[in-house]
Design a binder for this molecule. Structure first.
Ligand SMILES: Cc1ncc(C[n+]2csc(CCOP(=O)(O)OP(=O)(O)O)c2C)c(N)n1
Ligand code: SF4
Ligand SMILES: [Mg+2]
Length: 351
């Protein structure tokens, strides 16, 4: 992988957040992706979200698989932990890391090939287990890195750059995530930073499996007429159901709104999701209705975006397993191997 470090010098008057970090402190190496690739815009939103949330970079772990999308963690959060796994295997490595140290903030970055083709099983199990993470799929409907083959999210009937028609049904990762029990599900578009950045911030403060499907056009292989993942197609068919503001804990809520236009969802950490309704009938607390709405609009060729479902009191993998409060990697040898007397007592309790 080409690796170009950025010069460390920056303007001395750059604004800083409460931790004293500038936005530059959340950047990574210089991107080697094609100019105009949607994935670079998603990286910019990740940087902005972490800067605004004032997250300590050393408390974040970013993991990915293989693909142009999976290369992007090299281009943000250069001071955070990183693990570039095998193609489609990011979810199991992330699950293991989260089991060992639940105190880090986990950010999984993947592609539609990485998650919907080779990694579909891995995606499914890590979502259904409720691993506390933000899982972003940079969805361009194509294998960008290997030069433009259809992926499992390419829409039925859509055309490749060479004019070949896709005859396979598409996997819709948003519907799957809803069915699998994800407690936060959103779809966004790399060309809409105003929508995407607050969604990433909200997902980062969510205490469970948070999934964001981000349509991210591949300018090299899937941005032509006939593609349903091109900039033009998504702009023309984008149906945003809501707009999100995230208000951190202890910040006074000062939003002017007419009754009924704003829905306030308080999360476990006290942060508030202020959802400005664009579709009066859309209810992000109703999983079954969300699924039906998606199917209905998809049949009309619309790309539904926004915060599609959120459970404000989610349970994560550690809640399900009832693990101790201390991260497992911080337990002492004596706590991990308490000896034969403790084992005998445990065995006796199970008889
Ligand atoms: C086990 C394995 N199989 C196949 C490949 C080849 N390969 C590399 S990236 C890729 C597809 C990437 O597509 P996607 O995840 O959508 O990422 P994009 O490049 O489109 O962002 C494939 C098939 C591989 N590296 N490893
Ligand atoms: S091939 Fe496509 S996905 Fe890969 S960097 Fe270029 S535009 Fe982006
Ligand atoms: Mg892809």
């Amino acid at each position: 992988m080409t690796y170009i470090t950025k010069p460390r010098l920056h303007h001395p008057n750059l604004p800083t957040n409460a931790l004293g970090f500038t936005r530059r402190d959340y950047e990574g190496a210089v991107s080697t992706l094609c100019a105009g690739c949607g994935h670079d815009s998603i990286s910019a939103s990740v940087i902005q979200a972490c800067y605004e949330l004032e997250l300590p970079p050393h408390r974040i772990a970013k993991l990915s698989g293989i693909g142009c999308s999976s290369k992007t963690p090299d281009y943000f959060l250069g001071n955070s932990h990183g693990f570039n796994t095998v193609h489609g295997r990011m979810p199991s490595v992330l699950t293991g890391a989260n089991l060992a140290n639940k105190d880090l903030i986990y950010l999984g970055v993947s592609g539609d090939g990485d998650s919907a083709s080779i990694g579909l099983g891995q995606f499914a199990h890590c979502i259904r287990r409720g691993v506390n993470m933000v899982y972003i799929v940079e969805n361009n409907g194509v294998y960008g890195l290997t030069k433009g083959q259809f992926s499992a999210t390419s829409d039925y009937g859509s055309k490749s750059k060479r004019g070949v028609v896709n005859h396979d049904a598409a996997v819709d990762l948003v519907s799957l995530a809803l069915q699998l029990g994800a407690s936060f599900v959103a779809r966004s578009f790399s060309g809409d930073k105003r929508q995407l950045t607050p969604l990433i911030k909200a997902a980062l403060t969510h205490n469970g499996a948070a999934f964001i499907d981000c349509i991210s056009p591949c300018v090299q292989f899937n941005n032509h007429v006939g593609s349903t993942k091109s900039f033009d197609y998504v702009r023309e068919h984008n149906e945003a159901v809501n707009r999100l503001d995230i208000i951190p804990p202890r910040t006074p809520i000062e939003i002017d709104h007419a009754p009924g236009t704003l829905e306030m969802v308080t999360q476990h950490d006290g942060s508030v999701l202020a959802l400005r309704k664009l579709d009066a009938h859309y209810d992000p607390s109703d999983r079954a209705a969300a699924l039906a709405f998606l199917q209905e609009r998809q049949a009309l060729g619309e790309v539904v975006t926004g915060l599609l479902f959120v459970d404000p009191t989610p349970k994560d993998l550690h809640d399900h397993l009832d693990t101790v409060a201390t991260p497992l990697n911080a337990l002492t040898d004596a706590e991990l191997t308490p000896g034969s007397a403790a084992l005998a007592e445990l065995n006796a309790s199970l008889r």
